[in-house]
Design a protein around this ligand. Structure first.
Ligand code: FMN
Length: 336
């Protein structure tokens, strides 16, 4: 790696920066580009393809699909929050068969790298979803959304319990094509995210997606009732970025060889760079696409510039770079 450039002032557009090798990998999934859409924020990529060439980014992570069609939760399903948004969509979707027939077929024909996100209400349902995908061509990886209530355990969220989380990942690993990398998507709503990361790694996860939304609530002062039909919802956007970067940092510190797809409030290339330096191998861009549908490609281009300005010639050299050196203290949990 060349580290000749350390500029911090405004970017001089006339300064030609050297190209950066942006290739990266998420387990056995090798990709020439590191920026993905975030599940649920770009459906199956068709709408975004009107704004930019979706084959130019790392890939599309599709909306979490369940076994059967679902209409989602009660409306209203969105509420504004400072520097973010709250949603309670509730995994609305067509069910796995229609998804394979229409959405996956379109993505394959379009030539986009595709990460399929799956979600279930029981371990068995996750296993069935994985086996349905086993013989389908053109899947780069499976992202397992474990931020779902377990209908067989009083609605306890799988991602919040290391045993439940590993049971899901084991079921997916057993039923999926052995060549398809499994990415476990973690929730930040836990006391110790490293324990969950270690459990799913032992269960066979090849990589992690970090983080899903964090649980929040807004009260509507007009009606003096919860703003969302579902009462609580998932908080996303820049408001959660420091939580996400902290989770990526802690997991990379404990499991430096486990690839991480980092996300949470990324709006531009420098936000994305924070995740890479903290230990992510690639990033997903979600909420920002609602007001800037070209954001995934823009963020990727800005990330390349941000890396070049700091003297990196390959993205891989920057992964986890913030962990270097002997002089970084342990995270002090007693931060008050
Ligand atoms: C409207 C909306 C729908 C989402 N749906 C899903 C989903 O189906 N599955 C999933 O794993 N994550 C889902 N997420 C979470 C995102 O993929 C992402 O983890 C989170 O929003 C943080 O990234 P961001 O701040 O860039 O949006 C959803 C987020 C939003 C805002």
């Amino acid at each position: 790696m060349s580290r000749a450039l350390f500029t911090s002032g405004p970017l001089d557009a006339s300064l030609a920066l050297p190209a950066v090798d942006m290739a990266t990998s998420i387990g056995a999934f090798e990709t020439p580009a590191p920026v993905f859409t975030a599940s649920g924020c770009a459906a199956a990529g068709k709408e975004l393809d009107q704004f930019f060439d979706i084959t130019a980014i790392g890939g599309i992570v599709t909306k979490s699909v369940m076994l059967n069609a679902r209409s989602g939760r009660a409306t209203p399903r969105m509420a504004e929050t400072p520097s973010g948004m709250l949603n309670s969509i509730g995994l609305q979707g067509p069910g796995i068969d229609a998804f394979i027939e229409h959405d996956l077929a379109w993505l394959r024909q379009r030539g986009a790298r595709t990460v399929v996100s799956i979600a279930g209400g029981s371990v068995e349902e996750y296993g069935k979803l994985a086996s349905k995908l086993r013989s389908v061509e053109g899947i780069s990886a499976i992202e397992v959304n474990i931020s779902c209530p377990n209908v067989e355990d009083r609605g306890q969220v799988f991602a919040c319990d290391p045993n439940a989380a590993s049971n899901v990942i084991q079921a997916v690993r057993r039923n999926a094509d052995t060549r398809t990398p499994i990415i476990a998507k973690l929730s930040p709503d836990v006391t110790d995210i490293v324990t969950i990361a270690q459990a799913v790694e032992r269960a066979g996860a090849d990589a992690l997606a970090v983080i899903n939304t964090t649980l929040g609530m807004v009260v509507d002062l007009e009606t003096m009732r919860p703003a969302l039909g579902g009462i609580t919802g998932g908080l996303s956007g820049p408001a959660i970025r420091p939580i996400a970067v902290r989770c990526v940092w802690q997991i990379h510190q404990a499991l430096p060889n486990l690839p991480i797809l980092g996300m949470g409030g990324i709006r531009n290339g420098e936000d994305a760079l924070q995740f890479i330096l903290a230990g992510a191998s690639a990033v997903s861009v979600g909420t920002v696409t609602f007001h800037d549908p070209s954001a995934p490609l823009r963020v990727q281009q800005e990330l390349e510039t941000a890396l070049a300005r700091r003297g990196f010639t390959t993205l891989r050299d920057a992964i986890g770079y913030a962990h270097r050196g002997p002089d970084l203290p342990e995270i002090d949990e007693d931060h008050e």
